[in-house]
Design a protein around this ligand. Sequence first.
Ligand SMILES: NCCCCCC(=O)NO
Ligand SMILES: [Zn+2]
Length: 342
Amino acid sequence: MLTIYSDDHHLHHGRCELIDGQLMPCFEKPERADFIRERVLARQLGPIEPARDWGLAPIARVHDQGMLDFLQGAWARWAALGQEGDLLPYTWPTRTLRQQKPDSVHGQFGYYSFDAGVPITAGTWQAAYSSAQVALTAQHHIASGATSAFALCRPPGHHAAADLMGGYCYLNNAAIAAQAFLDQGYRRVAILDVDYHHGNGTQSIFYERSDVLFVSLHGDPAIEFPFFLGYADETGAGAGEGYNLNLPLPAGSDWPVWSAALKQGCQAIDDYQPEVLIVSLGVDTFELDPISRFKLTSPDYLKMGARIRALNLPTLFVMEGGYAVEAIGINAVNVLEGFEQR
Ligand SMILES: NCCCCCC(=O)NO
Ligand SMILES: [Zn+2]
């Protein structure tokens, strides 16, 4: 399996995040992608190639231009104020407040985000831009006839909506790849999100459309981030009614519980008969993940890959979350090896 990877992810390294009332080092850190890349090499999964640059246009097919302009220019504005720490949002236009974009860089960041988990540093734009190019390069590989590819994306993307960043996500790599398939003539794309957290951004981008089926297995939003989307009664709207399947699961879910949901999700994908499958591959479902509460074990990821392979679809794997850094490479590559029936 071909892996696409960009060293630019090292340009993004937030200093801290607010967890349980304390400022802690960011869990979404560069070592994550380094460990995965090393495991790809160690297991001789296949070649690792750099991303090609497909420009801003395919990103702008998914994201609001105002958000892209903000993200691209935010650090320079922040630095011009004499600041050198991370730029973080801290006020959001929630209930009773006006959905009007302020002039302030802080106000605009709150306008274009939904949580404080998106530090902007000097290199964040470049890292997020290159992460999207990684996904687009892997997408091109599949559109050119390959049966699989791995987009080793960092930062991740599935929480990013058209005009919102959040949950460590700036640009929605999987959604950008899905839109590229559709713009290249594909008619039906399925996205299977196996990250521990609901892909609220991906859901919202395609919620009113029938050309993308979104299926997500995740921690119950009643008790888990992102809290405010991901319920089972969210089935799509308008033309998209019936093309969104959320499978929320309780804390402590292990393979038997999780794989039963996967079976249901795979049946929905099979019924949809897509031409291509995108997997938002988060491995924060791991039993030792520091911020998550499922109980999958490393061998389970081999079975996950094999079950996805049984769909018999060209498959693009896009890296999302996973914070047990010592095991992230083993778990992510286990999915890919299980898919390849190695
Ligand atoms: N700061 C709250 C938790 C962010 C979760 C990020 C993630 O792994 N999403 O899939
Ligand atoms: Zn996650």
